[in-house]
Design a protein. Sequence first.
Length: 273
Amino acid sequence: MDEPWAGGAYGDRGRCVLAPNPGIMTLDGTNTWVLREPGAERSVVVDPGPLDDAHLDAVAAAAGRVEYVVVTHHHIDHTEAARAFAERMGCGVRALDPELCWRSEPVTDGEVIDVSGMRAEVLTTPGHTADSISLLVPDDRALLTGDMVLGRGTTVIVHPDGDLGGYFASIERMRALVTDGLVDTLWPAHGPVLTDAAGVLDYYAVHRRERLAQVEAALTRLGLTPAHLPPDVAEHPTLPRQVVEVVYDDVDESLWGAAEWSVRAQLSYLARS
């Protein structure tokens, strides 16, 4: 059985405040990360999570004076409280998507957010969604992964916003940070901190390739081949569910809806390959 996850302090600059929104898709709940240089007054708050007063009180207590709220992507379990919390703390909201920003500019790939000496580099890492970002905290050799990497299991690629080609490229980009000695630990937006960054990212890449091969095999069983898939195959009214029933027959049916999102992304990828 998985050990309970309750957040806590990690590295010298990270503190996770766990939101009370557990569920099938959110695992233990949303991890709100507070990033602050040791001894500094000002911080960055990443993914404030749901509009829950007790949670936001706990985040405010951990954060002190907040320079920015940053959201890793647009899903509501990360963004619902972003503006309200920013208003409370007297700061702006930053994200890759300008529509999510408030009283602040969008983040850009390669930008270094520096707050009182706490440095976090923005990396665009699409795949789970088109607007997904990760944050490299080099002084802690840590990578905040948003929903691109989860503390348990693997992430969902939500077609059509999510994209499998982008996902593979982003996982490779994350893995290169490990190879270059910049990252040891992954700080996800759901589930526990992962101390074997290399092993987890390798598993993610292999697992998704294996699933893709299973989708191809399922298509063969259904009398189809990737070479003959139409460009709009992901929108087919019945084929994605047929593939789910073959590929995910070992998964609880309560998760088949999420699996179908991923299958649609896989079919789209195969049709373009």
